[in-house]
Design a protein around this ligand. Structure first.
Ligand SMILES: [Zn+2]
Ligand SMILES: [Zn+2]
Length: 391
């Protein structure tokens, strides 16, 4: 049998597993039944399975040959708090929960690869199959790293695949460098003394300070960062005051920063602090900055992206291996794993054009079944390419 025959043979199982998980979605850190299902499959394939790693995470270990080299493949277990509106026969049985990001399919494809690789190991070394909880909001990847995932399962590189609507159907997209944005949120509070609106000299007007801040902070993007570098700084909320004849004592400014260069997170925080401090001093008031660092940017390593390209080239034609797709300003907690391992890549599987509610996180999202063979083959090719026999 050729690798294609093996993949064709496992696809009915993969689709059945995806539909089972799709019918029974579980939200972040509550993926107990999904984890049971995944662990049961991995055990039936003969993998060593670990359930005591972090929350509901499942890790399967498969070793072949003599090499002590190790790589890690990752998929996600969690669903979203969305009520499904696809009308599909295998629609979610749970109101207010849906696999609207395709994590059910990512998990099923990785299970399919684990089955095929356990039957026909085409690699020399160890592959860790990591099924992680709570990608969407709660940072399950961050928690796994903090709980010592890589102390127990040290890997030289880590890979993950995600279905990506809006890109050529059936293509594998991998770029060296940034692929998903880093995200921070902040709340800046100016604290002063309120006053009667007709007697402003009795207070120090933090509202004027907040207005000055929003204007002055525009210089962070326009004057402190190389114009070729992507950085978004948006102010999204201003809160303060209750009535027209009182100048408020407090003003709150909230906003968000998006960037690809990880160094910009500290830069933006420091610049906000510097400008807020200057304005607060000039106004004779106080300030407090709560700067919350979110998921870091996903930055594919040079070597990780090169391995993915070689692997994809081994089974796809040139026009289906895309290496120059612009990155997304969406975010992904795969960055924690990738940063901790120090090498690897986040791979998009092109899902073709889809409309609004059928996009990622939409209540009409439907995973494109044509991607199942591509995703499974991609895993097999990655094992073979990253851990070649006789290396
Ligand atoms: Zn998502
Ligand atoms: Zn996702």
């Amino acid at each position: 049998m050729t690798p294609n025959d093996f993949v064709d043979a496992v696809l009915p199982d993969v689709i059945e597993w995806q539909q089972h998980i799709h019918r029974n979605p579980e939200l972040g850190f509550r993926e107990t039944e999904t984890a049971d299902f995944v662990a049961g499959k991995l055990e039936s394939f003969g993998l060593h399975v670990h359930r005591d790693v972090s929350e509901t995470a499942v890790v399967g270990v498969l070793t072949a040959g003599n090499s002590d080299r190790c790589i890690m493949f990752r998929a996600e277990l969690d669903a979203l708090p969305v009520t499904e509106a696809t009308g599909l026969p295998h629609s979610s049985h749970v109101d207010g929960a849906m696999h609207a990001c395709g994590h059910d399919a990512h998990t099923a494809m990785l299970l399919g690869a684990a089955k095929l690789l356990s039957e026909n190991p085409n690699f020399d070394g160890t592959v860790y199959f990591v099924f992680q909880p709570a990608e969407e909001v709660h940072g399950g990847g961050k928690k796994m790293v903090a709980d010592g995932l890589l102390d127990r399962f040290p890997a030289e590189s880590v890979f993950s695949q995600h279905s990506w609507p809006g890109v050529k159907e059936g293509a594998v997209i991998v770029t060296e460098g940034p692929i998903m944005a880093g995200v921070d949120d902040f709340t800046l509070t100016f604290k002063g003394t309120g006053a009667h609106a007709a007697m402003p000299e009795l207070g120090d007007d933090p509202l004027v300070a907040a207005a000055e801040f929003v204007t002055s902070a525009q210089r962070i993007v326009s004057r402190t960062v190389n114009p070729r570098t992507a950085l978004v700084l948006s102010f999204t909320q201003l809160h303060g005051g209750r009535i027209n004849n009182i100048v408020p004592a407090d003003m709150e400014v909230q906003g968000t920063a998006r960037y690809f260069d990880p160094a910009l997170s500290d830069h933006v925080e420091a610049q906000i602090m510097r400008i807020a401090e200057g304005i607060a001093q000039a106004s004779g008031i106080g300030y407090k900055l709560d700067y919350r660092k979110g998921y870091p940017a996903v930055v594919n390593s040079f070597e990780g992206a090169a391995i993915v390209k070689r692997a994809a080239d081994s089974f796809l034609s040139n026009e289906l291996v895309i290496t120059d797709e612009p990155p997304s300003l969406g975010c992904e907690d795969f960055s924690y794993l990738l940063n901790a391992v120090g090498g690897g890549a986040y791979i998009w599987l092109g899902a073709g054009e889809v409309g609004g509610r059928a996009g990622l996180h939409g209540d009409q999202f439907v995973f494109n079944n044509n991607l199942f063979p591509v995703g499974v083959r991609m895993w097999l090719a990655l094992a073979e390419t990253a851990l070649p026999k006789g290396s």
